[in-house]
Design a protein around this ligand. Structure first.
Ligand SMILES: *Cc1c(COP(=O)(O)O)cnc(C)c1O
Length: 475
């Protein structure tokens, strides 16, 4: 039942203190003509309503959530304790700098630490999400070429394993996308890559390890070839979980990178945010950075980059997300950061090896932080699809992995266990996957019918996307 349907006219909870400022009449032209319909409920009813909704949700606190590419790791609660400190939570973005020196230190410190992790020279915390960071980074590349009077570069090269936001970003920045197919190992096909190089290339967008969980061995050659033809290299670091503290994109030859703090750096995501897609760059792009950077030692101040591309968001990004990520980094420390990545890789390989005698792996080789299975064989034999298995996982207490992505693998399930899961959890998940494989042979109909234990069964996802109902119509 929607909160609107529970509304009783005149019922309320008195949360507002009496007004202690002069009441001013809103000018007639600004007054609302129609009645403002808001649901009217008591505090008890509101509390129960949202508790009921919360129980219908599934998150990382409910159980295993191996959503590949998304890094649904546990978000330590100490992050929230730090973000709730009044000195962080109650500041205003227009406060004078000398009253928020601590907040400026947070931005400066995370910049230093993430530059260390990525091999970059400057970092902005302004972008609000991964895709937003990508757009920022590509605009930096564009500003760089244009500042040199180089307007002929109109292409961005992107491998076909890329996240869909990469071609979307390049297109939004007015570039032509050149797609490079992957070879049989899931890596960039070098011959096809070399064939598209030229002085019309603005840059490359690449994720390494890529979205099939494979580290591209030719990475140094790839980034060098781009530099040789005058282009720049963009690293999609939305998910850095396999490599943080182990190998640095800056050392692989990348010039600019975004990171999703809401993936690798343990700030919550799902439910629409808020997120943070910080962007780091090498010196040659620093003058174009957006928004405000923090400079200064004893006294810190906001500075604008001399040839800034302009603001990407109001003020200083989602600041409390930055506080959470900094807490996480400092909690793990220099030893913990690479250990987290190594455990993430170990967990993925453990699960892959426990499943590969039954399920077909898209790439049967050592994986990084995630692996992709193809259920094409299973579907041909039994009629049970990746979607059926994903839905049946819900009845077995597990959130499904990422499905039908990356697009280059048919009937794909992409599993990223993350480092925050125990061996017992992984063993339980393996047992569920194995059970469902058997069930596909003996009782495929049961999998077609799943889920049967969730508040709703199979939804019409296309209709929900094409004809979303976003407003309640008051009768
Ligand atoms: C999640 C992800 C993105 C997009 O990040 P958003 O915060 O959802 O915009 C981009 N690239 C990769 C590889 C990702 O995993």
């Amino acid at each position: 039942m929607l909160i609107f349907e529970k509304s009783k006219s005149g019922r309320h909870c008195s949360l507002f203190p009496p007004c202690d400022v002069e009441v001013v009449d809103v000018p007639a032209k600004d007054q609302r003509k129609a009645e403002l319909h808001l649901p009217e409920l008591s505090e008890t009813e509101i509390s129960r309503h949202y508790t009921e909704l919360a129980k219908k949700c599934r998150g990382v606190n409910d159980g295993f959530y191996p959503l590949g590419s998304c890094t649904m790791k546990y978000n330590p609660k100490i992050n929230d304790d730090m973000a709730a400190l009044p000195g962080f939570a109650e500041v205003h973005p227009l406060q004078p700098e000398h009253t928020v020196q601590g907040c400026l230190s947070v931005i400066q410190e995370i910049e230093t630490l993430l530059c260390e992790v990525t091999g970059m020279d400057r970092l902005t915390v302004q972008p609000a999400a991964g895709a937003h960071g990508e757009f920022t980074g590509i605009m930096l590349i564009k500003a760089y070429h244009e500042s040199r009077g180089d307007f002929k570069r109109n292409k961005i090269i992107i491998p076909d394993a890329a996240h869909g936001t990469n071609p979307a970003t390049a297109t939004m920045a007015d570039y032509k996308v050149v797609t490079i197919p992957s070879n049989e190992h899931g890596c960039v096909d070098m011959e096809k890559f070399k064939a598209v190089l030229g002085d019309d290339v603005a840059g490359l967008m690449l994720t390494n390890p890529n979205t099939v969980g494979i580290f591209d061995e030719n990475i140094l050659e790839i980034t060098k070839l781009i530099h040789d033809c005058g282009g720049l290299n963009y690293y999609d670091g939305a998910n850095l979980n396999a490599i943080m503290g182990v190998v640095r994109p800056g050392d692989m030859g990348f010039d600019v990178i975004h990171l999703n703090l809401h993936k690798t750096f343990s700030t919550p995501h799902g439910g629409g945010g808020p997120g943070s897609g910080v962007v780091g760059c090498k010196k040659l792009l620093a003058d174009f950075m957006p928004g405000y950077l923090v400079d200064g030692d004893a006294v810190k101040k906001f500075v604008k980059a001399p040839k800034s591309i302009g603001d990407m968001k109001a003020f200083y990004g989602n600041f409390l997300v930055v506080v959470r990520a900094l807490t996480y980094i400092k909690t793990l420390g220099k030893e913990g950061i690479p250990q987290a990545s190594k455990n993430a890789v170990l967990n993925a390989n453990y699960m892959m090896n426990k499943l590969k005698d039954l399920y077909t792996m898209a790439y049967d080789q050592i994986c990084m932080h995630e692996f992709v299975m193809s259920l094409e064989d299973l579907k041909q034999k039994t009629g049970v699809s990746a979607m059926d298995v994903a839905k049946a996982l819900l009845d077995n207490g597990m959130h499904p992995p990422t499905m039908y992505f990356p697009l280059i693998v048919h009937e794909a399930l992409m599993i990223e266990p993350t480092e925050t899961e125990s061996k017992e959890t992984l063993d339980d998940a393996v047992a569920v996957f194995r059970k469902l494989y058997e069930e596909a042979q003996t009782n495929p109909q049961a999998l077609h019918n799943a889920p049967v234990t969730t508040p709703v069964g199979r939804l019409d996802e296309v209709k929900a996307a094409r004809e979303p109902v976003l407003r309640y119509e008051w009768k």
